[in-house]
Design a protein around this ligand. Structure first.
Ligand SMILES: Nc1ncnc2c1ncn2[C@@H]1O[C@H](COP(=O)(O)OP(=O)(O)O)[C@@H](O)[C@H]1O
Ligand SMILES: [Mg+2]
Length: 440
């Protein structure tokens, strides 16, 4: 890389940016960020004048085979996709032994920067961004790849509102050993967004770890808080496997019950509980099928197309004598019946959109899935489940919220520790008093 002249060139027209230097066929215009492996620049091609982003590897890392592999990997993966929500890689080259990666330029900021500047997002705005990233991830997953590093810093949001997922250097093919080395070598950043199984069993982690991270990203967007913040990695992991995290609604009561549930499901410690695809996660968030959108995973239910807004549902169940019954109603009325306790145990009922069926389990339908999928209970072993959509504290009901706050041990310190400490203190004081009396 050639060194730049220091002063602006007054002989050039207005708007012209004095290059900082040159790499390959590109003039480096501005440093955008200092990344984990090097610097990221805004640059301009000297050939066609197109503006690009260039990641230049730091000279410190050019002999590190793991990081070199990661760099190449990012090019290989990011160049083969042509998706509006994935940052495309355009070229991979070396200049003076410095590897560099040319990327499509995104005129905007990372989600991480946006959150730190503006705080939390409105629910709908957050979901709109996550839905775009879900489409990109879906494409990655269809290609049998896992991103493994989904987090706000790796999502770029353009001034046009288009969100793009980037940093594809950690996709699945990298060996576990390499991955760990990468982590310890340059600190992959915060473990807050990683699924618990990524710590435990990275080799067998599947697309559901990306779904976890996408859920954790939305958690941060809507609450303004990092999940599992201010604790060490071991405690983070312990808390993760126990689902010991304030719910999104505890931190931001404006979040709807559905979104709260969808985020908690995506971040469940048990991957089997999470949505099985990014599309399913978005369905959970919006409460209806996304089949007509451009999300391209296979449809969950072939009968979903072109339904009127107020669909009438048919619900089949057997009574205590085993006699079959069917009732019909709107989704709203059916949901209300469960919430009010008029109907119990959602697993007993099957639903269809026509009287002829096919009748399917409630969890098949995004409209009712929150009633039928059992999440792992907080502070429990991974196998104990709780009823879904437990009445989430009413945002206006202060006493309920306060009680929830008291019941949850935010510090993670079990109550017995306090009893032991208190008892030891009393014994110690007693001993001191007794010895003072006897010494006299
Ligand atoms: N294509 C791009 N267009 C604009 N800015 C980018 C682009 N790629 C990266 N950046 C900026 O650089 C930062 C780090 O990029 P990233 O790909 O996540 O690299 P790292 O491997 O260092 O994590 C991003 O958060 C963003 O601010
Ligand atoms: Mg990154």
């Amino acid at each position: 890389m050639k060194e730049p002249p220091e002063t602006p060139d007054a002989t050039k027209p207005q708007g012209y940016i004095q290059p900082l230097g040159k790499i390959g066929q590109y003039d480096l215009l501005k440093k955008i960020a200092e990344g984990g492996m090097g610097s990221i620049y805004m640059a301009r091609s000297t050939k066609d004048k197109s503006v690009v982003a260039i990641k230049v590897m730091s000279p410190l890392y050019v002999h590190n085979p793991v990081l070199l592999k990661r760099f190449e990997q990012e090019y290989r993966v990011a160049s083969k996709f042509n998706h509006p929500n994935l940052v495309r890689a355009l070229e991979f080259g070396t200049d003076n032994e410095l590897p560099f990666l040319v990327l499509e330029f995104v005129n905007g900021e990372s989600l991480g920067v946006i959150i730190s500047k503006q705080g939390k997002f409105e629910e709908l705005e957050g979901i709109k961004i996550i839905a775009q990233v879900a489409k990109a991830l879906n494409q990655v997953h269809k290609d049998k790849l896992i991103h493994r590093d989904v987090k706000p810093d790796n999502i770029l949001v353009g001034k046009n509102g288009i969100a793009k997922l980037t940093d594809l250097g950690l996709v699945k093919e990298i060996l576990v050993g390499d991955l760990n080395l990468t982590r310890s070598g340059r600190g992959l950043g915060t473990p807050n967004f990683m699924a618990p199984e990524q710590f435990r069993d990275a080799k067998n982690a599947d697309i559901r770890c990306d779904i976890y991270s996408l859920g954790a990203t939305l958690y941060t967007m809507l609450t303004g808080e990092l999940p599992y913040k201010s604790v060490n990695p071991l405690e983070t992991w312990m808390k993760k496997v126990q689902n010991d995290l304030p719910t999104p609604r505890e931190l931001n009561p404006r979040i709807s019950e559905r979104t709260d549930w969808a985020i908690r499901r995506a971040m469940d410690s048990d991957p089997d509980i999470r949505p099985s695809s990014c599309r399913e996660f978005v369905e959970d968030l919006v409460g209806k099928s996304t089949r007509k959108s451009t999300v391209t995973t296979p449809a969950l239910d072939k009968t979903e197309a072109k339904q009127p807004i107020e669909t009438i549902w048919f619900m089949a169940y057997n009574d205590d004598q085993g006699k079959q019954h069917a009732v019909k109603g709107t989704a709203k009325a059916i949901r209300r019946s469960f919430k009010d306790g008029i109907l119990e145990d959602p697993l007993k009922y099957k639903l269809a959109k026509s009287v002829e069926g096919p009748f399917e389990e409630m969890k098949v339908f995004p409209e009712f899935r929150d009633l039928a999928v059992h999440l792992t209970k907080p502070n429990s072993t991974p196998n104990s489940k709780t009823q879904p959509a437990d009445p989430v504290p009413n945002p206006t009901s202060e006493p309920t919220r306060i009680m929830t706050g008291i019941n949850r041990s935010k510090s993670g310190t079990p109550p017995w520790v306090f009893y032991v400490v208190a008892a030891s203190t009393i014994i110690a004081i007693s001993l001191i008093i007794i010895s003072v009396i006897y010494l006299k």
